[in-house]
Design a protein around this ligand. Structure first.
Ligand SMILES: O=C(O)CCC(=O)C(=O)O
Length: 261
């Protein structure tokens, strides 16, 4: 459960961290399974492509970063399937967006040791645009995540701006124009975390993270949840993808209701 203070902080700042929401035993199981998933199914890449790299990394590091990204860990592990319905996490989401909650995605973002990839400033909205504000990203930390490991950083209050124009295209991951939004000019708050901590943030909240410069993995898994009224932009709402109801009941009235109703 979130306290009133935590709910208020989310509404004001667009994010809130809940410490040890996943108990050590739960984290242990998820970590063990994730190790195996990475070993058997994971592929190392440099991370997100795009011109932003020239503005965030020194020349000798620009194309040498490392990342393991992996969608749908529940394709491989029941523990990760059950995590979609993790009672304490879902209760928090309900407090933030309401009683009926749809799961949208689960994705691993792992930064390997030494040069684990950074992420440029962005909102998550352009990655999975929906037509309303009630979309919460939940970043579960599997490892101790000090600042030097590339912890998440957020720009408080930016969720209130709604969707912003991003640089997009075939050659790049969506990111905010560095001339307008860049760590050198845009103040952000770092959120170091422990294993089991979850950071809840709006998909409108501007965030980024730096290189992992430690000798340890920094693995975090993002779960996305939204209200059924918050529909994917440009898609048929009857599209069967991503419609797992994680809390409550999706009744016909909600289907007819517009976003934000
Ligand atoms: O894991 C991170 O540090 C950032 C990930 C991110 O940008 C995201 O989840 O959208």
């Amino acid at each position: 459960m979130l306290t009133k203070k935590q709910v208020d902080a989310y509404r004001r700042d667009g994010y809130v961290k809940v410490e040890r929401l996943f108990k050590p035993k739960e984290v242990e199981q998820l970590r063990t399974d994730m190790d195996r998933i990475i070993q058997e199914w994971g592929e190392v890449s440099i991370g997100w492509h795009g011109p932003w790299r020239d503005r965030y990394l020194p020349e000798n590091e620009r194309q040498n970063t490392k990342a393991v990204f992996l969608h749908n860990p529940h394709f491989y592990s029941a523990a990760w399937g059950q995590a979609i319905f993790h009672t304490r996490m879902i209760r928090c989401v309900q407090q933030l967006i309401g009683p009926v909650v749809q799961w949208h995605h689960t994705v691993l973002h792992a930064k390997p040791p030494e040069l684990g990839t950074p992420f440029p400033m962005h909102q998550d909205h352009p990655f999975y645009p929906h037509d309303g504000p009630d979309f919460v990203d939940c970043l579960l930390h599997l490892d101790e995540t000090p600042l030097e490991s590339g912890a998440l950083r957020v720009v408080p209050g930016t969720h209130r701006h709604g969707p912003l124009q991003h640089i997009t295209g075939k050659e790049t991951a969506p990111h905010l124009p560095p001339d307008l939004y860049h760590p050198d000019r845009t103040e952000s708050v770092p959120i170091p975390a422990e294993a089991g901590d979850v950071i809840f943030f709006s998909y409108y909240t501007i965030h980024w993270s730096d290189v992992n410069r430690t000798g340890h993995w920094r693995r975090s898994v993002r779960f996305g949840y939204h209200t059924p009224q918050n529909r994917p932009t440009g898609k048929d709402p009857k599209d069967p993808n991503h419609n797992i109801v994680a809390a409550g009941f999706y009744d016909k009235q909600l289907f007819a209701a517009p976003a934000g109703a």
